[in-house]
Design a protein around this ligand. Structure first.
Ligand code: SF4
Ligand code: SF4
Length: 391
């Protein structure tokens, strides 16, 4: 939620500076600086909003370093709405003329444009030429594995007695880099008796633009989604980052993370093949701190006979993916990623389930030869495979 200036000051005033949120803040834990803590940032926001301190480069630096993980919000006994504070601050004071956002904006906004990039990349990867591209263009090193782009139908009908209808939110990053998760979602929903609508003109959830302080762009994307999704049907997302962004701003529609929806379905008619494996789960911050729905992922995976479901140690700390954070704040993003990699190595993780594309891209980027047997995947893909889904 974006606040007015008066509401911003009033919300900041609700912080009683108790400091209980400090140990939960990843940036404070890393830098040890009060200005990189939730309490410190709230004090800075209040001072800038009242013209006590200038809106200068140092203020911007401390706000930029915030991951918007909202771990502080979950810990706050006074229920200070830190998410609204930081979103509003970015919109009012930190509007960036970011080069990367200006370049990325059309691709985020228009799926056809992002497909126009992913098709040639996919061909290059088929010809084993991605490595050459990565040597020629340094930024190409950030590219994940490219899956064959998909052209979505507007409706996928249930394969058994219809239980209802849902809309599927594609998400700009998931559609570009992990459409297998979207196909797996359609497969599972159809098998459970749900018609799946995929509105063609849907667009990005707006979270990346909002994080960059581009409130105008974020609002435009929300409006476009509002007019393209049927409010009578729940919108299911496979990326909890999108879910959180839509839930806060697309208030006319019912938004649900797909795992939350699926655990409430009737599974008595489907067959799930056993999987004798230990599956570790990484909780995305958006699922844990905003949607407060992380339990649904464990409950969903527990439907797989013989699977041993465990939480990845250190789950309460952000992985550093955080939307575009790994691009804008690579140093802190890598420090946080290293903590995840340490947990993955220490626990000899072979399957890591995470339900947010930002986390999965970021963690995948950090895996190296010591993690040759580690696979990061969406929980829906794991269960879909046990139901017969083939990518
Ligand atoms: S949102 Fe996350 S990084 Fe930002 S102040 Fe809160 S806990 Fe710290
Ligand atoms: S826990 Fe809440 S009230 Fe206490 S310092 Fe943090 S934000 Fe302020």
């Amino acid at each position: 939620m974006t606040l007015s200036l008066k509401e911003l000051t009033a919300e900041a005033d609700r912080c009683v500076a108790c400091g209980l949120c400090l140990p939960h803040c990843p940036t404070y834990r890393k830098t040890g600086s009060e200005a990189d803590s939730p309490r410190g940032r709230i004090q800075l926001i209040r001072a800038v909003s009242q013209d006590i301190l200038p809106n200068n480069a140092r203020f911007k630096e401390h706000i930029d370093l915030c991951l918007s993980c909202r771990s502080c919000e979950s810990a706050c006994p006074n229920s200070v709405n830190y998410g609204a504070l930081v979103d509003t601050t970015r919109a009012l004071y930190i509007q960036k003329r970011s080069v990367w956002l200006s370049i990325a904006k059309p691709f985020i906004r228009h799926r056809r444009l992002s497909n126009a990039i992913t098709w040639p990349l996919w061909f290059l990867s088929k010809l084993n030429l991605i490595t050459v591209l990565k040597q020629l263009v340094p930024t190409a090193k950030l590219l994940p594995t490219i899956q064959k782009p998909m052209v979505w139908k507007s409706l996928y009908t249930a394969t058994q007695t219809t239980q209802g209808a849902v809309s599927l939110f594609l998400g700009c990053a998931t559609n570009a880099f992990d459409n297998r998760t979207l196909s797996a979602s359609i497969y599972v929903l159809n098998a459970l008796g749900y018609d799946v609508h995929v509105p063609n003109a849907q667009t990005c959830c707006g979270s990346i633009a909002r994080q960059a302080g581009d409130d105008l762009e974020a609002s435009l994307l929300i409006k476009k989604n509002a007019s393209n999704f049927d409010p009578a049907m729940p919108i299911l997302t496979t990326a909890s980052g999108c879910s959180a962004g839509l839930k806060d701003y697309l208030t006319t529609h019912q938004i649900q993370d797909i795992s939350t929806f699926l655990v409430s379905c009737d599974w008595s008619t489907v067959k799930i093949t056993p999987l004798k494996e230990r599956i570790y789960v990484q909780d995305p911050c958006s699922l844990r701190n905003v949607l407060k729905a992380q339990k649904a992922v464990y409950d969903l995976l527990k439907k797989i006979p013989e699977a041993d479901i465990q939480a990845l140690p250190g789950n309460s700390q952000c992985c550093g993916g955080a939307g575009a954070y790994s691009v804008t704040q690579p140093e802190m993003a890598n420090q946080l990623l290293n903590d995840k990699l340490t947990a993955i190595t220490a626990n000899q993780v072979t399957i890591l389930a995470t339900s947010n594309i930002g986390c999965s891209l970021h963690i995948n980027k950090g895996l190296n030869s010591t993690h040759a047997s580690t696979r990061v995947t969406h929980p829906i893909e794991i269960i879909a495979k046990q139901m017969g889904f083939e990518a």
